[in-house]
Design a protein around this ligand. Structure first.
Ligand SMILES: C[S@@+](CC[C@H](N)C(=O)[O-])C[C@H]1O[C@@H](n2cnc3c(N)ncnc32)[C@H](O)[C@@H]1O
Length: 245
């Protein structure tokens, strides 16, 4: 298939250069509600939500503090508030529009919202619960992102998150955007990959904002980075996980 070949070529060109979608993400919010209404993919998004909700109930009941990275419009911030007993929640995102929706959605006595880059120093203390959903693949090199997430977990605390996986990515995208839409997006990705490589990473269009790894690779990274992998659920398009530090 041509789209698969273009994507592979783009990924080869981008080897060693992590995605940087900061300008793209800062100017919009990611509409989870719309994603959850997709006629063919809604069950997948709902399944991720219910798996992560179960992880909150199973592994985060002793947590007193929580931090969420890339909270978007706050759906998992809301679930953290409702399904755990944490006394404080800090949620960070680069999108002001996303944070505004989080502010309106989440009811909690001690909620701090931070607008900023995942990689910047915000003086955050380690937390009992660290959350990052549907974003690890957007924040940079997946291995480095997982290492940084781990650094925010208190000893004995848990990290709960998920990632989009490469395993059946093209099927997912065709379902989401249609065959022509997926082809066009992949062509833009390849053109961007050429530009990023030629400029040594200085130029980007926002079409390179995702790093995809297989579920097998990500499982290996979790095993390497976290002392204990408590749970993993590999689904057709995403994998969810809970890890203890
Ligand atoms: C696909 S959305 C997921 C949002 C939310 N976690 C959810 O599941 O509904 C990815 C999120 O990552 C955020 N993001 C991307 N790059 C970021 C960065 N460098 N620092 C902070 N947030 C970032 C985006 O603004 C966006 O809200």
């Amino acid at each position: 298939m041509l789209a698969e070949a273009m994507a592979r070529t783009g990924q080869m060109l981008l080897r060693g250069i992590p995605p940087n979608g900061n300008a793209y993400w800062a100017n919009r919010f990611w509409d989870r509600d719309a994603a959850e209404r997709h006629p063919d993919l809604n069950a997948e998004f709902e399944h991720q939500k219910s798996t992560i909700s179960e992880y909150f109930k199973k592994y985060a009941q002793d947590a007193e503090t929580a931090v969420e990275f890339a909270c978007g419009t706050g759906e998992f911030t809301r679930l953290t508030a409702e399904l755990t007993k944490v006394s404080s929640i800090t949620a960070l995102d680069i999108s002001e529009q996303g944070l505004e929706r989080t502010r309106q959605k989440v009811r909690h006595d001690d909620l701090t919202l931070i607008k900023g880059d995942f990689w910047a120093d915000h003086g955050l203390a380690r937390s009992d619960l660290v959350v990052c959903v549907d974003a690890i693949h957007h924040l940079g090199d997946v291995k480095d992102v997982l290492k940084r997430l781990r650094s925010f977990v208190k000893p004995g605390g848990v990290f709960i998150g998920n990632a989009l996986i490469l395993d059946r990515f093209h099927e997912f995208e065709r379902c989401r955007y249609g065959t022509v839409g997926h082809f066009n997006r992949t062509a833009q990705f390849l053109a961007t990959a050429v530009m990023v490589r030629a400029s040594g990473g200085r130029l980007n269009t926002g079409a390179y904002r995702t790093q995809l790894r297989t579920s097998k690779d990500i499982r290996g990274l979790l095993d390497d980075i976290f002392p204990e992998v408590l749970d993993v659920s590999v689904d057709p398009y995403f994998m969810a996980f809970a890890c203890r530090v």
